[in-house]
Structure formats: structure tokens, C-alpha cells
Design a protein around this ligand. Structure first.
Ligand SMILES: [Mg+2]
Length: 193
């Protein structure tokens, strides 16, 4: 864990988070802990965190787009995206910045409407552009120094979940998420068809 302080204030993070319409995640070292298990048959496996995933579903339900932006081509990435209804999936890209600019152009977003979470120096160019630059707690120091906001959680262990919660709270939508569970009708009260 780091003792570095983010370069901005909580109020500034809140103001930046309120504008976000698209949340982009690096995959390895952000949604996973960065480890890849290589199997003898050439296949690979890695571990995603369920609490990150459900938060992506909530964000999309609230009208916020979610995307994956990974330099590494991996068969697991589109599978995980499909499970979560994430349709903006870019992996195996040679330039994250060029791909980021393509996403903005094609999807009609501006820098200040985008949050990005990355963990390594390959993410710096995109982190320097977006309205809300974020990273897991165990990111490399060059990223930690430049992030507007650093999650308390490490890679693959809830950093993505915390970011989406920060954004939904700033947009006054977090209570809607909670209410959808607290006010869930009992099965006996469900309307019959
Ligand atoms: Mg990474």
C-alpha cells in the first residue's frame, strides 16, 4: 500500500466524477491481479472479481458506458466483457492512446466525460488525457503520482468496484442501486401474469 496522496482534492474528484459518461478499464493489473496462469496446453486463466463485475452492470443500468482497453490480446477478455454486457472491448491494441481517441470519436465522448483506470506506465498517456484518472492501490509509482484518485483496493480486488461507486455517488445514483435491492418485492408480492 502506498502513502502517496492523489494530486487533487476530494471535492475535485467529486466534480470530475459527476461528469463521467464512460468508464474505461485496463484489464491485467486492474480487473485482475496481473497474474496469468499458463497451462501446458497453451491456454491460460486468470481471476476476475465478482464485486467489480456487478458494479459494471449497475453503471450500465444507470446509463454509464463501460469499456475494456487492454494492450494484451487474451481470450478471456471478451468472455468476461460478454458476461457483463460490456460491448466496448479493445484488446491487443498497439497504442492505447490511439485506441482511446478512436473510442472518443466513434462514441461521441469528450475527455472530461471519461474515467480510466490503469496500473502501469503503458496507461500513462490515456491517464493524462481523461477527466478522471484512477488506479488501483498497488499500481506502479509513476501511475500513482499522476492519478486524480487512487482506490483503497488493489488490482483484481475491488478497485473497479470502488471507482464505479465513487462515480454513482457523485451522480446521486448510488441510492438508486441500493433501493433496487432494499425495495425488492417479495416473491409472494410479485405481480402474476
Ligand atoms: Mg495493466
Amino acid at each position: 500500500m502506498t502513502t502517496l496522496k492523489p494530486r487533487t482534492t476530494a471535492a475535485d474528484v467529486d466534480a470530475r466524477a459527476a461528469k463521467i459518461r464512460l468508464v474505461l478499464f485496463d484489464v491485467d493489473g486492474v480487473l485482475t491481479d496481473g497474474r496469468v496462469q499458463m497451462h501446458a496446453d497453451g491456454t491460460e486463466s486468470k481471476t476476475f472479481f465478482i464485486r467489480d463485475g456487478i458494479a459494471m452492470v449497475w453503471a450500465q443500468r444507470m446509463g454509464i458506458r463501460v469499456g475494456f482497453l487492454s494492450a494484451r490480446l487474451a481470450p478471456t477478455t471478451p468472455h468476461r466483457a460478454a458476461q457483463l454486457g460490456v460491448t466496448l472491448v479493445y484488446h491487443g491494441v498497439s497504442s492505447k492512446l490511439a485506441t482511446y481517441e478512436t473510442i472518443l470519436r466513434e462514441q461521441g465522448f469528450t475527455d472530461d466525460q471519461v474515467a480510466y483506470m490503469g496500473d502501469d506506465v503503458v496507461d500513462l498517456a490515456v491517464l493524462e488525457r481523461v477527466g478522471l484518472a484512477t488506479c488501483p492501490a498497488d499500481s506502479v509509482v509513476e501511475v500513482l503520482e499522476r492519478a486524480h484518485w487512487i482506490s483503497r483496493h488493489g488490482a483484481g480486488a475491488g478497485a473497479g468496484r470502488e471507482l464505479i461507486e465513487v462515480i454513482l455517488r457523485a451522480q446521486h445514483r448510488w441510492d438508486d442501486v441500493l433501493a433496487s435491492y432494499l425495495n425488492e418485492p417479495r416473491e409472494s408480492e410479485q405481480p402474476t401474469r
